[in-house]
Design a protein around this ligand. Structure first.
Ligand code: HEM
Length: 421
């Protein structure tokens, strides 16, 4: 299987027993159809990248988009390394994640694994967390480092700035944008709280990690079953699958080993890309009427360790992985999930959005296009390798309705934002 050695160089090696059990491959659900004609594909690409077209936001709360992306990264990762233009068969498309909703994107191979032990605290039970860095904008409330509110990062003094910013999590895709990064962090925090809860309830040290993982995974699956899926799929279809069983998922040719249907990974589940918005009511700072602008997509890429520099600037600066001087999330960028989900549905008044929290007006989100992403290689047979570091891929499509925000020297960020019109 594909892997990297201690110096990060790609190698192939025999899979271990546990890896063998968790090694999945892509399968195909339906028959291979004819290739779509060039005209139709061009028309589709034009429609997707038409910045002037109205793309009203869904009424699904914005946070679910990134819970959806987190689920994508927990289920599927095409790790095929091929040359541009070479043919890749279905069997050669290596699936790098277990399609079992088991949070392997959070736990990796567990705290005792020689490679993945670095994701864990010294107690080998809790997952590591990072601390944010104090900043001055907009007031003294953010002038403090906050432990537990950033992803754990390589840090230290060695390597380049980009190396030090890298997240210490099994799947670096979860630091591609700040919304998915803070979602990943929420799962780390949940695991650590469950550990505390079980320890206080008397669960032995020996069983603590496995007991906590099991509880977290079951909550995760329950949440997806009862809350996420009925929002993105017709609830009648969800009910049908859970009462009558699944009929299409496992490939009959592969015995009992689960596989990832290519139609799901490369087509159907990418429906999440159409849920992405141009801007977000992020927290008390970056919101409509706040001291900062609404959090544009570019800003959500800027404030990550994998795509951004935690400092600001535009696309040009982000193209230099070592730009900026900051190596972790500034405190003013911690997500306020009360603005991204509707927790009042759970009947918890303490989780209601703060008074005056704005909502993103419909029709004001036509700022960004997916043009540069569609120019990236499609992860399908015949495609070229992905670069090791995934850079920010979003570019503005039009200057209409946008403003560049620049801030006084010493401010930690500036960026592009679509303002409500
Ligand atoms: C700002 C948010 C997002 C960005 C920038 C993004 C970008 C990307 C990129 C660059 C790829 C790999 C390149 C390719 O295969 O074409 C990809 C793959 C994928 N994305 Fe997204 N995505 C986002 C959100 C989402 C969401 C919300 C979902 C689903 C709810 C999703 C589902 C998928 C899936 C299923 C794949 C294929 C994964 C694989 O098998 O390797 N993405 N995305």
């Amino acid at each position: 299987m594909l892997d990297t050695d201690e110096r990060g160089e790609p190698i192939t090696r025999e899979p271990g027993t546990a890896e063998e059990l968790r090694r999945f491959r892509f399968s195909r659900l339906g028959p291979k159809g004819p290739r779509t004609g060039e005209d139709l594909r061009a028309a589709l690409a034009a429609a997707i990248t038409d910045a002037a077209a109205a793309h009203p936001d869904t009424d699904i709360p914005a946070g679910f988009t990134y819970l959806g992306q987190f689920v994508d990264h927990d289920l599927t990762m095409d790790r095929t390394e091929t040359q541009l233009g070479s043919e890749v068969t279905l069997d050669e498309l290596v699936q790098g994640r277990s399609p079992a909703l088991d949070l392997d994107s959070v736990y990796g191979r567990g705290p005792r694994d020689p490679r993945d032990g670095r994701f864990y605290d010294e107690d080998r039970v809790r997952l590591r967390m990072g601390a944010t860095i104090a900043t001055s904008f907009p007031d003294e409330r953010v002038a403090v480092d906050l432990a537990g509110f950033d992803l754990p990062r390589v840090g230290g003094t060695g390597g380049t700035l980009a190396d030090r910013r890298l997240p210490l999590i099994p799947d670096p895709r979860n630091d591609e944008n700040l919304a998915v990064a803070q979602t990943h962090l929420a799962f780390i925090r949940f695991h650590n709280r469950v550990v505390e809860h079980l320890a206080l309830a008397g669960v032995s040290e020996r069983r603590l990690f496995e007991a906590a993982r099991e509880l977290v995974v079951k909550h995760y699956q329950w949440m997806l079953r009862t809350d996420f899926l009925p929002r993105v799929v017709d609830p009648a279809v969800v009910a049908d699958v859970f009462t009558r069983g699944r009929r299409f998922f496992e490939s009959p040719h592969r015995g009992r080993r689960p596989t990832m249907p290519i139609e799901f990974a490369v087509a159907a589940y990418r429906m999440g890309h159409s849920m992405i918005r141009a801007g977000y009511e992020w927290n008390r700072v970056f919101t409509t009427g706040g001291p900062g602008p609404v959090a544009s997509l570019l800003l959500l890429f800027t404030f990550t360790g994998v795509s951004g520099n935690f400092a600001g600037g535009g696309v040009a600066e982000l193209d230099d992985p070592n730009s900026g001087t900051v190596d972790r999330l500034p405190t003013n960028w911690i997500a306020d999930f009360r603005r991204l989900y509707d927790f009042t549905e759970s009947g918890r008044p303490d989780l209601a959005p703060p008074p005056g929290a704005g909502t993103w007006p419909s029709g004001s989100t036509r700022c960004w296009s997916t043009r540069s992403r569609s120019s990236r290689r499609a992860r399908s047979p015949g495609a070229a390798p992905r670069s090791r570091r995934s850079r920010g891929t979003w570019r503005s499509a039009t200057s209409r309705g946008r403003r560049w925000w620049s801030w006084p020297a010493g401010s930690r960020w500036r960026g592009c934002s679509a303002r409500p019109r």
